[in-house]
Design a protein around this ligand. Structure first.
Ligand SMILES: Cc1cc2nc3c(=O)[nH]c(=O)nc-3n(C[C@H](O)[C@H](O)[C@H](O)COP(=O)(O)OP(=O)(O)OC[C@H]3O[C@@H](n4cnc5c(N)ncnc54)[C@H](O)[C@@H]3O)c2cc1C
Length: 264
């Protein structure tokens, strides 16, 4: 459990950012579920809960998810089930349990850029952006690659598009971290294949995507070749949950299954 000396509920993002920069151990508080797993000492915990960042809104171009939205809100919100083939909602539904998902925030989840992240894997297969208070708007893919600079994640922006998609994981037991996570989408710009929990952070399989997107029809042989390309281009590793070999085997099965589903 962490130790916190001061706790401030801020009235604006400007105030939050100024406070964040005042001391190197000042921290933004999400649902604090991940923070509780460690033993860090926080000088000032910055609570964003009064800034109206707990909304999911639709505009002409995108669905915007405020940083303080809980994973449960994402799972149950009509917009998240209506758009994107429901894969964003689907990606969070196996994370621990309902009470946990009522507290864990999307801000804490995406800012942390966990290798095992379900939602990062799903969002990467969509046209997703991150809005940072100081850093502005950048694509989720670029954000994943940046270092952990002190900033405030304000919202997630998912550009609306007509897609078909699937989200699949393998877990050793129901509420455990995923051993592998796969999101595949097919939109106007073609296929996107995102693989997370390899165990490193979610990444797109560009060679396989290019291969699929330059073919007219998706037959059995092409699916096999695309799956092979994913295994070749992305790195898979071992940890306490699974070996590299097992992860590669799972990736073949889950990607093949996803592509078959989307090809009908
Ligand atoms: C026991 C356990 C099991 C889990 N299982 C899974 C799983 O199976 N799949 C999965 O995908 N995830 C899993 N998670 C991760 C979980 O879903 C959340 O992603 C995680 O708890 C972080 O969300 P939080 O709101 O608790 O963040 P916090 O713990 O509050 O914050 C985490 C970090 O993000 C920073 N932060 C928070 N909000 C912001 C913001 N708006 N801007 C900038 N920085 C911010 C904090 O300062 C801190 O450094 C698990 C977590 C736990 C504790």
């Amino acid at each position: 459990m962490f130790t916190m000396t001061n706790y401030v509920t801020v009235g604006s993002l400007e105030e939050a950012y100024a406070l964040l920069g005042k001391n190197k151990s000042n921290k933004i508080l999400g649902g604090t579920l991940w923070m509780r797993m460690g033993s860090q000492t926080i000088h000032t915990g910055i609570d964003l809960s009064q800034l109206g960042l707990d909304q999911i809104v639709e505009n002409e171009e995108a669905i915007e998810i405020g940083a303080m939205c809980s994973l449960r809100m994402i799972e149950t919100h009509p917009l998240m089930n209506e758009y994107f083939s429901g894969i964003v909602a689907e990606s969070v539904k196996d994370i621990v349990g309902v009470q946990f998902r009522n507290c864990a925030t999307i801000g804490g989840s995406i800012y942390s850029r966990f290798g095992f992240s379900d939602i990062l894997t799903a969002l990467l297969a969509l046209d997703t952006y991150v809005e940072l208070y100081h850093g502005g708007i950048l694509s989720l893919e670029d954000f994943i690659k940046t270092s952990y600079e002190k900033d405030i994640l304000v919202k997630i922006i998912i550009k609306k598009e007509q897609i078909k998609g699937t989200y699949q994981t393998e877990r050793l037991s129901h509420t455990d971290f995923p051993v592998l996570a796969v999101a595949v989408t097919k939109g106007q710009k073609g296929y996107k294949i995102s693989v997370g929990a390899r165990p490193s952070k979610a990444a797109l399989a560009y060679e396989a995507m290019h291969y699929l997107n330059t073919r007219d029809e998706l037959g059995e042989e092409m699916i096999e070749s695309a799956v092979h390309k994913v295994i070749e281009e992305l790195n898979f590793g071992s940890n306490m949950r699974a070996s590299e070999t097992y992860r590669k085997h799972l990736a073949k099965v889950l990607i093949k299954r996803s592509l078959k589903t989307l090809s009908y």
